[in-house]
Write a new protein. Sequence first.
Length: 281
Amino acid sequence: MSPKTHTNFLAAFDPNQVYESLTESPITSDVFQAGDLVLPSGRIIACDPGWLWCKDVDPFSRTVPPGRYPVLLSVVDSGRTACAMVKFCSESPVRWEMALRRGEDLAELRRNQFFAYGVDAGLGCFVDAQVVERRSDEELQCLVERAIDQRIQLDDWLAAQELVTLLTYPSQQIVDQSGFNLTLDPDMHTFNLTLDPDTGGNTIAFGSGYGDGSYASYWGFTADDELACLVTDFRVLLEHITENIEIEVTSFLEKSIEHRDLERLEMAIRLSVHRPSWGSA
């Protein structure tokens, strides 16, 4: 994957898009709000929440104005998260730029390389760096592990219920005297965990596509070059194309196939006809 290759984010966050696949049945995407992300400093970290207590995940170099911003999820049929977005304004982005951390330089990337964060717990998240810095490693570990455990328990309980319960079960909030404040969304398998009660700083976590792997994030910019959003791409929709491709071969000539989805994936297809060499047996 090169620095220019990523999901078509505008399509991903347009509800009810149908994606055709060469190997699977068509899938339909939808968009859900996972809650508001509170950013006291505007220095955003995107990572596996299980790495927060290690404090070795740097925030992105670019900052945003402190505030409260909605987190949107592009989700496909199975409830799998295809992309996660922090939305900063109502305008649509027209260009995308890979989100970099301190010491990262696009000029150092070779073809099929990208800067990303690693996942080994099947989860990604957004959080403000200041929120992480205000907690000790032990506190972060305790809070995040408890949130993940509560999420697993709820998922296991729902799996044993009837379908009507699954469809009507509301979001669950858990608050106790220790300061633990967690909201679980059973439909999206997400959680919203308050890490800093003084500022309301929180982390919003969600499934990471097909699970463990490495995932890049991208800044989206408006036509006026204003920051519109930050998106983590879990690459689910890169395996799908949005239109059928019909090819009619009319001559015995080599022919290139051009299609915008192939170009986006940096794929090239050439057709050629093998001409057998006739000889004596």
